[in-house]
Structure formats: C-alpha cells, structure tokens
Design a protein around this ligand. Structure first.
Ligand code: HPA
Ligand SMILES: [Zn+2]
Length: 347
C-alpha cells in the first residue's frame, strides 16, 4: 500500500524534502568536482587549465547533450593526480551529503579517466576509500564505491582495468557503465560484466538516458544489471515498463542532469511522476552535481516545485532509495525507521 500524508501541506514540502533521510545511488564523484577545487588542485599539481578563472570555467557549463558535457567533465578531472586529490574531492562531496541528510551513498568512479593519464589505480581507489571510511566514522554517512567502465573505450580496455583493480577488490562493491551512450550499446561489454558477476560485484549500467529502450533491455538481459541508471526513456516501450515494474528494477533518475543535458526541455516536462505512476522503483539523484546546478536536495526541491508531486511521492522516493541500495537488510530497515519518524514529525 502506498502511504499518503494528507496532513502535510504543499508549503511544508521544501522543509520535508531537505530533512528526510535519503540515499544517493547515482553520483559520479568526478562530477562533484567544483570549479574552485579544480583550480586549487590545478595549482597544487602544476596542471595547466584551458580557462583563466573559476568564472570562465563555470560559464562554459552550457551543454547541448551528453557528449558536450563529457568533454568538459574529462577536462576538469585532469587536475586529479594524487591519493590526496581523490580523498579531498570525495570528502567535499560527503560533507555536503551529510548536511543534506543523506545516510547512504553509492559513489561511481571512472578509473580509466585517471589511469590513462598515468595515475596509479591505487591512488584513485585508496583516496576515495579513505574518504568513504572517514565519512562513516566522522559524519555517520555510509559510503560505498562502484567502479564504472567508460563505454566509449573498448571492452578489452575495460577488462584490463578490472584486472588492474582486482588487488583492491575489497574496496568497491560494484561495477557500472557510463560515458557516451549512443553507439556504445550494453552488449559491447558482455564479457567484462560476466567476469564482474563471477567476482560477486553488484551490477548497474547507464541505459536509456539518450539511448533507446533496447539498451535497457540489453543491460538487463545481456549484462544482467540489478539497477538501471537513468532509464527515463523506458516509457516509450510498454512491455519494458511492465518488465521493470514486475521485477522491481530500480531506476536512478537524475532530474537536473536530464534538463542540463537536454533529455527534457524543462523540469516541468520531466516524466518522474509518470514513472512512479507506472509502479516503477524510481529514485532521485544528482549525477554530476558540480556541473548540473545542484546536489541531491536541490534535485528534490526543484523537481517537486515543477511537478505535481506531494508528500506521498517524497516518501516513496526516499524509501525507494534505501530499498534500491546495495546495503544489507538491517541497515535498510534502520534507515526506513528514521524516514518514518521524520514523516511522523511533519504536520
Ligand atoms: O550522465 C552521465 N551519463 C553518462 N556518463 C556519465 N558520466 C558522468 N555523468 C554521466
Ligand atoms: Zn550518470
């Protein structure tokens, strides 16, 4: 049964959305790199940037599609060289997450973006993991890592990357697939995902952000992923929607990202409400918050302001975020109790 909260008026929604405990399941840590930190790290590491100032860099954040964003995103990540750089980036994100009542986060990282520049795999993973462990100890935020393969590169490159990461296997819980979607279908990565499955990694893939519903089918059937990242284009295929609903496959939806990358013209045209009405396990996430105009709470706030969503939808989205996570059942139950308590307090 869906919960409803008729006693919570619409004016209380912004406070409720900010206060409610939540999980974030779709955040690229390189996409949390704020322009100020890009400049600080560039200076620290003696890396030359193509932009003269923070303002000039921010002014370049006007994207027409996924690729136009990725070009700038990879350029920004070029300032990351040492273990401390990766720690500092992730720590900045995790502090923000804690302030936004994020109890649990599953963080994507793109090792190939760094190893291709000669950065050791150990620097990437140890730096991120140190920040994740520190978040547990100092902020009470549970944080896990998901290693993503860049789909514009070859499957052999992905396989080599996986082998390189294997000595550090204990530090990440899953594998994902990101970067340029169109022209790089999931089945291109069938072997590497099969290997990840043998290794006991949890599996996710970006599909149906810009790509067709067929990519979502193949992410499920060929890669055997447990969650679909984005997936907003599933509504074009009723049989797919039925499958996603029947099998409770979560979608990690990123509303501000979708508008910035022109997947939807405006937030008011976003299909999040339809996804929920279709019985899909949709969640709200920030994707690349430093580039897309806001962190997790901003995604919730702007989306609820633009769409006819109420406190019942807020509850469903937050609850979905915990249920769709790769955390263990006891943690999920504890977080959902805290969610229920927050909703009890709002009148
Ligand atoms: O939204 C995204 N889509 C695909 N790849 C990405 N890498 C960072 N953000 C994204
Ligand atoms: Zn993404």
């Amino acid at each position: 049964m869906k919960k409803t909260f008729p006693h919570i008026p619409r004016e209380r929604l912004p406070a409720l959305l900010a206060a409610m405990p939540k999980a974030e399941l779709h955040i690229h840590i390189e996409g949390s790199l704020e322009p100020e930190l890009i400049f600080e790290l560039a200076k620290r590491n003696g890396v030359a940037l193509a932009y003269p100032s923070v303002e000039a860099l921010r002014a370049a954040y006007a994207f027409t599609d996924l690729q136009s964003f990725l070009d700038i995103y990879y350029a920004g990540a070029s300032v990351l060289l040492t273990e401390d750089d990766f720690h500092d980036m992730a720590w900045a994100y995790l502090r923000r997450a804690a302030a936004e009542n994020v109890l649990h986060t599953e963080i994507f990282f793109d090792p190939q973006t760094h190893t291709a520049r000669g950065v050791p795999m150990e620097a990437v993973i140890h730096g991120l993991k140190r920040a994740a462990d520190r978040a547990g100890a100092e902020l009470g935020v549970s944080a896990q890592l998901i290693l993503c393969f860049l789909r514009h590169l070859s499957e052999d490159d992905a396989l080599q990357t996986l082998e390189q990461a294997l000595p550090l296997r204990e530090h990440f819980i899953g594998a994902g697939l990101d970067s340029s979607e169109r022209g790089h279908p999931p089945e291109k990565f069938a072997r590497v995902f099969a290997r990840c499955r043998e290794l006991g990694l949890r599996l996710v893939a970006h599909a149906g952000e810009e790509g067709p519903p067929e990519y979502i089918w193949n992410a499920l059937d060929v890669l055997k992923v447990e969650r679909i990242d984005h997936g907003v284009r599933c509504l074009g295929d009723p049989a797919l929607v039925q499958r996603l609903a029947r099998e409770h496959i979560p979608l990690t939806v990123c509303p501000l990202s979708n508008v910035k990358l022109c997947v939807f013209d405006q937030l008011g045209a976003h299909n999040l409400g339809e996804l929920l009405s279709a019985g899909l396990a949709a969640t709200v996430n920030s994707d690349d918050p430093a580039y897309f105009g806001g962190y997790l709470n901003q995604n919730y706030l702007e989306t609820f302001a633009a769409l006819p969503l109420d406190a019942g939808h807020a509850y469903t989205l937050a609850r979905n975020s915990f249920e769709a996570s790769f955390a263990d059942q006891a943690d999920k139950a504890r977080w959902i109790e805290r969610l229920d308590a927050t909703f009890e307090q709002f009148r």
